[in-house]
Write a protein that binds this ligand. Structure first.
Ligand code: HEM
Length: 223
């Protein structure tokens, strides 16, 4: 890079580096069947239940990380999904939802990684924060639409609240600002750390892919 060239913004680096992994997640058979309206509502409920373990691990230490110089600027109560997931699960599975939930092996591995990173490595945590919340604000909206159509949930209502960011007034603007914060975080890292974060981002997608694979084998086509 000559001195006149700007470095590639870190948000672009992350998006580009994970684009193949993103395509694989989108076309996983579980997601394809879900988007195609070919799964029963119990498969959707199970996805929500597995995500509860993921978000509990992701958000359990979020408040403690709010003051961290690397990831702190990205932490925002408006993003938190655990409470919305709990409302969805009560709607989908009834008040006893918690007793019936067990993490699948891929979920347990994903949650363990998140807990480890939240304790030990803010840069790695940032990679997962980006992968989940920007995904939920983007493709998550497509999943919500499919769920509403397929199983008749009220639009943006009970059952799909996980995908509704009620406190984010303008998702497109929010994503722009989020990317600016990612860029600033990247500028504060050295090249070695940036590479490690990119690798962790790919790992985040792989962990999501493994969860879809576990779900896919539990829910082959119902019709
Ligand atoms: C069927 C599943 C999915 C669909 C249809 C989908 C669709 C999309 C679309 C259309 C965008 C672009 C939105 C924009 O530029 O504003 C996007 C972005 C994104 N998606 Fe997905 N997605 C899916 C699954 C996933 C999964 C499983 C993850 C990871 C857990 C994920 C993570 C992301 C991320 C991080 C972005 C932001 C990319 C960036 O601009 O930096 N997506 N998705």
């Amino acid at each position: 890079m000559s001195s006149s060239e700007q470095p590639v913004p870190f948000s672009t680096v992350l998006r580009t580096a994970s684009s193949e992994e993103h395509a694989a997640a989108e076309t996983s058979s579980f997601m394809a069947h879900l988007l195609g309206g070919r799964l029963g509502v119990e498969a959707y409920a199970e996805l929500s239940g597995q995500l509860w373990f993921v978000y509990r691990a992701l958000e359990g230490r979020a408040a403690a990380l709010a003051g961290d110089p690397v990831v702190g600027p990205l932490i925002d109560p408006a993003l938190m999904r655990t409470a919305a997931l709990e409302r969805d699960l009560a709607h989908l599975l009834g008040p006893g939802w918690r007793a019936g939930l067990t993490p699948l092996p891929a979920t347990a591995a994903y949650a363990a990684r998140l807990e480890e990173l939240a304790e030990q490595w803010p840069g790695g945590y940032l990679a997962h924060h980006y992968t989940r919340y920007l995904g939920d604000l983007s493709g998550g909206q497509i999943i919500r639409g499919a769920a509403e159509r397929t199983w008749g949930f009220e639009r943006r209502g009970a059952g799909v609240e996980f995908y509704v960011f009620a406190e984010v007034a303008n998702p497109a603007a929010y994503k722009r600002e989020y990317r600016e914060k990612l860029d600033a975080a990247g500028l504060a890292m050295d090249e070695v750390e940036r590479r490690r974060v990119v690798e962790e981002c790919k790992r985040a997608f792989t962990l999501n892919g493994a969860l879809f694979a576990d779900l896919g084998s539990r829910y082959p086509l119902s019709a």
